[in-house]
Design a protein around this ligand. Structure first.
Ligand code: AHM
Ligand code: MG
Length: 334
C-alpha cells in the first residue's frame, strides 16, 4: 500500500483544527503564502549558476527581463505572496530599511511577518546551502490606522506565533513551529509539494559538534575561548568535531538534527555579534526551545530580549542542553 503522505498544508490545517477548533483558517492561509513563495525561491536557487549566462547581454536575459540578484528576487517574492494574504498588516525584511506596510490591511491585519529572504547569500556563488528565515508575530488591530507600525514589529520573541526556515540544500526543506513542536517537510520537486519527512524534531541533548567562525577566536571574550578549549580537550567526556558552513540556516539545521552547539559570540569587531535579533536569532531560538534546546545571547534568553530597532544585532548561542548549560557556566565566569 502507498505510504501515507502528508503535505505541509494538511499538517498546518490539522494542527489548527486540533488545537483551535474555532480558528478562522486565516493563519493557515498566511503560512501558505510562505510555502508558495519559498517554492518559487527554491526554483530560482536551483538555477543560480545560470543567472550569469541567462543575463549575459547587459544584465537582461533572453526574455529581455532584467536579471536580478537572488536576494532581491527572494525578497520581492515573499513581499508579494505575504502582502496579498489579507491578514498581514506589516512585513519587515533584512532587505528593507523600514517596515513595509500593507496599506489595504493596515487597520485590520492580525499579523506581522519578519523575514530574512535569502540568508547566507554570499554562499550562492560557491553553490553552498542558503535559506529563508521567517517569524510571525500577532498584532492588535489598529482601527484608526495611526499607530506607530514599528512598535508592532519590535516585540520580544516570546510573542512569536510561528517561526521557521527553508533550507535550500541538497534537498529543499521547510522546518516550522507554531509552538507545538518542530516539524520538517521535504520538497518533492516532481509534484511541487512539501511532504512531512521529520515529525516532532528534537535537538539531541548531547552532541559532538561545535560550530563557530573560529577565525574570530582571538576576538572572542575569554569565557568563550575557554569553553571551546574545554570541548576540544574532551571536557564534556566526548570528542568534538568542528563544522561551520557560514549560512545560519544550514548551520542551525545541522545543529537541530545532530545536536551540539552553534555560536556567534561578540567579537572584537562586532561587540553585539553579527546576527540580527528579529529575523535570525528570534526564529531560531523559538525553534530551538520547541525542540528541547536552548538559545541565549550570553546574558539571558534570546526570546526575552525587548527589541529596540529593526536591524538590531545580537550574539547568538544555540544548541542542545548539555553544551548550552556548560557554555552558560563558562560565559558567566568571563
Ligand atoms: P547574511 O544575512 O547577510 O547572509 O549574513 C548572515 C550570515 C549567516 O547566515 C551566517 O551565520 C553568518 O552570516 C556568517 O558570518 P561570518 O561570515 O562572519 O562567519
Ligand atoms: Mg541573514
Amino acid at each position: 500500500m502507498q505510504p501515507q503522505l502528508l503535505t505541509v498544508q494538511q499538517h498546518i490545517l490539522e494542527e489548527q483544527r486540533r488545537l483551535f477548533p474555532d480558528a478562522s483558517g486565516e493563519f493557515s492561509w498566511l503560512l501558505s503564502g510562505i510555502t508558495l513563495a519559498t517554492k518559487i525561491v527554491a526554483a530560482q536557487v536551483r538555477r543560480a549558476g545560470l543567472a550569469g549566462i541567462l543575463g549575459v547581454t547587459r544584465e537582461t536575459n533572453v526574455q529581455g527581463e532584467t536579471v536580478q540578484k537572488l536576494d532581491v528576487i527572494a525578497n520581492d517574492t515573499l513581499l508579494q505572496f505575504l502582502g496579498n494574504r489579507g491578514n498581514v498588516a506589516i512585513m519587515a525584511s533584512e532587505e528593507n530599511e523600514d517596515p513595509v506596510i500593507v496599506e489595504r490591511d493596515r487597520k485590520h491585519g492580525k499579523y506581522v511577518v519578519v523575514f530574512d529572504p535569502l540568508d547566507g547569500s554570499s554562499n550562492i556563488d560557491v553553490n553552498v546551502s542558503v535559506g529563508t528565515i521567517f517569524s510571525v508575530l500577532r498584532r492588535e488591530p489598529d482601527p484608526t490606522g495611526k499607530r506607530d507600525t514599528l512598535a508592532d514589529v519590535l516585540q520580544p520573541g516570546t510573542r512569536q506565533v510561528a517561526a521557521g526556515y527553508v533550507v535550500y540544500g541538497s534537498s529543499t526543506m521547510l522546518v516550522y513551529s507554531t509552538g507545538n513542536g518542530v516539524h520538517g517537510f521535504t520538497l518533492d520537486p516532481s509534484i511541487g509539494a512539501y511532504l512531512l519527512s521529520h515529525e516532532n524534531m528534537r535537538i539531541p541533548a548531547e552532541g559532538t559538534i561545535y560550530s563557530c567562525n573560529e577565525a574570530n577566536y582571538d576576538g572572542f571574550p575569554a569565557g568563550y575561548q575557554r569553553y571551546l578549549a574545554h570541548l576540544r580537550q574532551g571536557g564534556l567526556g566526548r570528542t568534538y568535531s568542528s563544522r561551520y558552513i557560514g549560512s545560519l540556516v544550514a548551520d542551525f539545521h545541522r545543529t537541530l538534527l545532530k545536536g551540539g552547539v552553534f555560536l556567534y559570540p561578540p567579537t572584537a569587531s562586532h561587540p553585539q555579534g553579527k546576527l540580527r535579533l528579529l529575523y535570525e536569532a528570534n526564529p531560531m531560538a523559538f525553534l530551538a526551545e520547541q525542540a528541547g534546546g536552548l538559545a541565549t545571547d550570553g546574558q539571558g534568553r534570546i526570546l526575552d530580549i525587548k527589541p529596540e530597532s529593526l536591524h538590531q544585532r545580537t550574539p547568538l548561542l544555540v544548541g542542545g542542553r548539555s553544551e548550552m548549560e556548560t557554555l552558560m557556566e563558562f560565559v558567566a565566569k568571563t
